[in-house]
Design a protein around this ligand. Structure first.
Ligand SMILES: Nc1ncnc2c1ncn2[C@@H]1O[C@H](COP(=O)(O)OP(=O)(O)OP(=O)(O)O)[C@@H](O)[C@H]1O
Length: 606
């Protein structure tokens, strides 16, 4: 398999090891993403860079000015009563101090703006792209992982921007300028600093290697805590129904403990690193002062220069810790960027047509022509499927579980494309249809009848965003939902997520019918709820169905055999094939599979 195919999109996200070629490709992908995020901010970045260079240079100038003041300006004042050099030094000191501080403030603000723009852009891109990806992607890439991309991954990139990169740039510049100033002030002291760099380098390397492992452990353990939490909360009904609380408590306790232990190891590491860093700094300072002291006594160095060199030597180590920590922030942010770039690289498996065919007024005839279908090239679900549904026909799909009924429905709604053959609406291949026309012509009402946060009216209007209140009410009346909506605390304006706005399973189904009715599609696909409604509710739903199905092509996945009665035609499916096809009456009076099912159902009613 090629490198591109093993690392394409989110493939390889769970893997720990990569070949050199694969790692190179992943880095390249992250780099391209980062470059595309930074490209629009080019001008701002250049200005920010200039500001930070000038600001750091101004800050570093202080000790040199002090040295000049002590060694040259003060003697002139004392010996010749010449105030000018002293005044110049004091003014310069003040000016560089003020310029350094003002520019530093500017730099912080500008950098924050750059990082906010990058994050805003990335967050938006990720959301829009994830939403555009086909159902196939979402069925395998769990919501926990999507949530991680949008939260913890974006957070580690934010952290790197907020405290990492600007401190890195500042810190590096600071060290470089300080070293230059120190060497130009007194080259021999530069040598001492050069020697001090060796233990500093060794200590930093040691810290990076140890901390990389420990920081990774904190990331892994924290991800486990989040995933377990999300899973428990989303599956709360099953958790409580199966009394899984105790087991969860133990598991969650274990994950939290691992996370705590990982964090405490990180703190222990800092406990060693920080004092060691301070020691190296102090030892260097002592060596510089001692070495300089001898030379001052010997007359080869001025006292002001010694003071400045001591100040530089002391400040030189200030950014060292931030630089060492940056490495970890960088690692976790680049891992995050790699995963996000993977999601962004995914392409919808149901692509929009390049040259779409418009279909303004669909009539609703559907054809399956030599269709074969398999999920993710696994076992074939529909081996060879041919079907003609004339417009206006109501079809009931029955068959044992796993026969392929939902798959058939998903293919008609074009959540997936067939692996062979074509599916056509009014003679136009679904792959060539404009997505807008497709969504207007074919509507699928799923079992879950999902309600979004908002009012009842908002939820119905989803089927036709510009619907007036009149249209909403008419649709609700048509499917028999008006009465119960009016009985809600605020009628159509009741918030479905608030107390009192909670609706029952049957009512939820009626709302989704109203939503479909207002959308007025040429083809309606209905995955009928298995929830056993009580008899009055079932009757209500049956009546609503009749209204909803009138004058359009309909395909109902019928779990209740009572629904079959309102169908013009019944398809019995087994193992991805149609094994019986006929009117309900013909099939019932026959001796086939459906006749048996129907007899068993009728007996169960008596
Ligand atoms: N997203 C998926 N990925 C892989 N295989 C799937 C997927 N969805 C369904 N399948 C498989 O396809 C086959 C048909 O499933 P389908 O959901 O279409 O059956 P069904 O007739 O609607 O069943 P039910 O009445 O239980 O809903 C099953 O073997 C199932 O395991």
């Amino acid at each position: 398999m090629s490198t591109a195919s093993t690392t394409q999109g989110v493939r390889g996200e769970e893997r720990e090891n990569f070949t050199r070629e694969e790692s190179r490709r992943l880095r390249e992908r992250s780099r391209i993403l980062l470059a595309s995020l930074l490209a629009p901010l080019r001008v701002r970045l250049v200005i920010t860079a200039i500001i930070v260079v000038v600001s750091t240079a101004a800050q570093v100038a202080g000790p040199t000015l002090i040295a000049y003041g002590i060694d040259n300006a003060l003697p002139a004042l004392v010996k010749r009563n010449d105030w000018l050099p002293t005044i110049v030094i004091v003014v310069l000191y003040l000016v560089t101090g003020i310029v350094g501080a003002v520019l530093m403030a500017q730099y912080t603000v500008l950098f924050a703006r750059v990082s906010q723009s990058v994050l805003f852009d990335l967050r938006k891109r990720l959301f829009l792209h994830t939403q555009r990806l086909s159902l196939e992607f979402h069925e395998s890439y769990t919501s926990g992982r999507i949530i991680s991309r949008q939260t913890s991954d974006l957070d580690s990139i934010r952290e790197l921007f907020d405290s990492g990169i600007n401190q890195l740039v500042q810190g590096l510049l600071y060290m470089i300028f300080t070293a230059i100033a120190l060497v130009s002030l007194d080259a021999p002291s530069g040598l001492v600093l050069g020697v001090a760099l060796i233990p500093l380098f060794v200590l930093t390397r040691w810290f990076q290697v140890r901390s990389a492992k420990l920081f990774r452990a904190t990331r892994v353990t924290s991800a486990r805590v989040i995933v377990h939490f999300v899973e428990t909360m989303t599956g709360m009904r099953a958790v409580q129904a199966f009394r899984k609380e105790k087991r969860n408590e133990k598991e969650y306790g274990g994950y939290v403990e691992d996370y705590r232990a990982a964090n405490s190891k990180v703190f222990q590491l800092f406990g060693t690193f920080d004092p060691a860093l301070v020691m190296i700094g102090n030892a260097t300072l002592a060596a510089v002062v001692l070495f300089g002291g001898f030379r001052v006594v010997g007359g080869s160095m001025e006292i002001g220069a010694l003071l400045a060199v001591a100040l530089y030597a002391k400040r030189f180590f200030d950014p060292a810790e931030e630089l060492a920590v940056f490495y970890n922030g960088y690692q976790s942010a680049s891992a995050a960027l790699e995963k996000i770039s993977g999601v962004l690289e995914e392409e919808p498996s149901v692509p929009d047509p390049v040259r779409p065919t418009d279909l303004w007024h669909a009539r609703g005839s559907i054809d399956f022509d030599d269709v074969e279908f398999a999920y993710n090239s696994d076992a074939v679900v529909l081996p060879e499927f041919d079907l003609h549904v004339p417009s206006g026909q109501t079809i009931a799909l029955v068959g044992s579980t796993g026969a392929g009924k939902s798959t058939l429905a998903k293919l008609i709604a074009r959540f997936y494309d067939p692996t062979r053959g074509s599916i056509r609406l009014d003679g136009v291949d679904l792959r060539d249809l404009h997505p807008k026309d497709l969504r207007r012509a074919i509507v699928m009402v799923t079992q879950e009848a999902y309600l979004f946060s908002g009012t009842v009216a908002d939820n119905i209007a989803l089927g036709k965003p510009d619907a007036t209140r009149d249209e909403i009410e008419r649709a609700s009346r048509a499917v028999g939902a008006h009465e119960f909506i009016m009985a809600l605390p605020d009628g159509y304006d009741t918030d479905v997520n608030k107390r009192g706005g909670r609706v029952s399973a049957g009512q939820r189904q009626l709302l989704s019918f109203a939503r479909a009715f207002i959308a007025d599609p040429a083809v309606l696909i209905l995955d009928e709820a298995t929830a056993s409604l009580d008899i009055p509710s079932e009757r209500l739903v049956q009546e609503a169905l009749q209204t909803l199905l009138a004058d359009r092509t309909a395909l109902i996945i019928a779990h209740r055999l009572s629904t079959v009665a309102i169908a013009d035609r019944v398809l019995v499916m087994e193992y991805g094939r149609v094994v019986e096809d006929g009117s309900p009456d013909d099939l019932i009076s026959g001796t086939g599979r459906f006749a048996q099912l129907h007899a068993a159902w009728r007996d169960s009613l008596v």
